[in-house]
Design a protein around this ligand. Structure first.
Ligand code: GDP
Ligand code: GDP
Length: 440
């Protein structure tokens, strides 16, 4: 599971500036909590091969009558609860304040690992102004400048070092070759029917759910077997044990969803047919796409809409989820347990596609055939020439094409190649990445 870092501090100390530094901000998922001063933002960060999730919070809103801690925005408390490490952001230019003292008391009570950073410290690595932050009793203050990108790497290293090293997970390629269970996550907005689907699965006769004790860090994985294929269901809907069986309870957590997507081989992206495809659905879908996971779109509550609405829905899927065109779309009713067979089939197909083996001679032949059919356009002076191709990874499959002057190959041509590869290997439900390597 990716560790979670929450940015906490009073307003204007530079939390969102830091958030943007730490994340590829286009991945940010905004959880909308009506009535709060600022929404929580979630984003993905990476340092080398170490990945993490960052939560930005609106900050503590001061309230003179009751004190800020008691009036602390609920979202900030929630973010602290979800975090493995809290990065407490202060501002060297404003100096240490009473609010900072209150926040630090709260964080100590919350019993979280806290990294104290002093922001806006550009060019102030050794400044005596830093010394006063020792008073917070949270250890050595770490000077950074979010705006100028100073000290950020050390910050991330220190934060990640505070999280105990996760157990080494076998790589995806190993998963494919060693007959490990297929890790499956169900993602979607609250109330789309995730828990109902999981309960329907757990109640299916042809499905065997193993009895398994709870695991660490709240992450529950339920091993299942269906038609000889082993699965591991990753908790996104809030699975809980009830006696000898698991049941899904209604509890949506963005962090859990992001972690589960990152950890899965296949994601079932659930959409509520009665609600249509919303902005948030598209956000989650975009995140799944970026994660490279195989994906099946399950349109749930198909029982509850009429023919006209079905037509409208099909159209909104085509436009709003156009970037997931490779994903199979299955119509189901989790409540009536309809469409579950086709859903399992789609999941199986998507998984097999995502770990498909593509031999170098076949890939090389395919690129030559593609070039003979339609050569890549000349970009500048040199004509691109594809020489050979090999597979660079699985889940998602990556095809690396080697040749000359391939830097200028257009997106359109890349899509043309993708279409040919997909057709040949019958790939469904998995993104496919194509990389060009130019030798000069
Ligand atoms: P937040 O309310 O804690 O999220 O704070 P913001 O990220 O919105 O930043 C508040 C202000 O501080 C903005 O004007 C930023 O440009 C500025 N700021 C953020 N980081 C730095 C920094 O490292 N150095 C300086 N000088 N200003 C910064
Ligand atoms: P979750 O928040 O995504 O886990 O959603 P739930 O599984 O709790 O379902 C939310 C609501 O939708 C509940 O009232 C369910 O009974 C209802 N629901 C779930 N699946 C279906 C379905 O296939 N058809 C209909 N009509 N209602 C459904």
């Amino acid at each position: 599971m990716k560790p979670v870092i929450a940015l906490v501090g009073r307003p204007n100390v530079g939390k969102s500036t830091l958030f943007n530094r730490l994340t590829k901000s286009r991945d940010a998922i905004v959880a909308d909590f009506a009535g709060l001063t600022r929404d929580r933002h979630y984003g993905d960060g990476r340092l080398g091969s170490r990945e993490f999730i960052v939560i930005d919070t609106g900050g503590f809103e001061p309230d003179s009558s009751t004190g800020i801690v008691r009036e602390m925005a609920k979202q900030t408390r929630q973010a602290v609860a979800e975090a493995d490490v809290v990065v407490f952001v202060t501002d060297v230019r404003l100096g240490l304040s009473a609010q900072d003292m209150e926040i630090s008391r709260y964080l100590r009570q919350a019993n979280k690992r806290v990294l104290l950073v002093v922001n806006k410290a550009e060019g102030m690595q050794e400044s005596p102004l830093l010394a006063e932050f020792h008073e917070l009793g949270l250890g050595e203050p770490m000077p950074v400048s979010a705006a100028h990108g100073q000290g950020i790497r050390s910050l991330v290293e220190a934060a990640l070092d505070m999280v105990s090293e996760p157990e080494p997970e076998a790589g995806d390629e190993e998963a494919a070759t060693q007959d490990r269970p297929v890790r499956l996550a169900v993602a979607g907005r609250p109330n789309v029917g995730k828990s109902t689907l999981i309960n329907a699965w757990l109640g299916e006769e042809r499905l065997i759910a193993f009895d398994m004790p709870g695991t660490t860090r709240d992450a529950i994985k339920v091993p299942l077997e269906r038609d000889g294929q082993r699965f591991e269901l990753i908790d996104t809907a809030g699975l809980r044990r009830k006696g000898k069986v698991f049941e899904a309870i209604e509890k949506f957590s963005v962090v859990k969803t992001l972690q589960a997507i990152a950890d899965a081989n296949v994601v079932v992206l659930m959409v509520d047919a009665t609600q249509g495809v919303s902005e948030q659905d598209a956000h989650i879908a975009g995140y799944v796409l970026d994660s490279g996971r195989a994906v099946v779109v399950a349109i749930n509550k198909w029982d509850a809409i009429d023919g006209y609405q079905r037509e409208l829905l099909e159209r909104s899927i085509e436009t709003r989820l156009a970037f997931l065109r490779f994903a199979p779309v299955v119509h189901i009713s989790a409540l009536r347990r309809q469409g579950l067979g086709p859903l399992w089939k789609a999941i199986g197909d998507a998984y097999r596609s995502s770990v498909c083996k593509m031999p170098t001679p076949v890939l090389t032949r395919l690129v030559h055939e593609a070039a003979a059919h339609q050569a890549p356009k000349r970009a500048g002076l040199s004509r691109p020439k594809m020489r050979y191709a090999h597979q660079g990874g699985m889940n998602p499959p990556i095809i690396v094409i080697h040749g000359n002057a391939l830097d200028g190959v257009s997106d359109a041509y890349r899509r043309f190649l993708e279409g040919r590869f997909r057709e040949h290997f019958k790939l469904v439900g998995t993104p496919l990445r194509i990389e060009f390597k130019t030798s000069h």
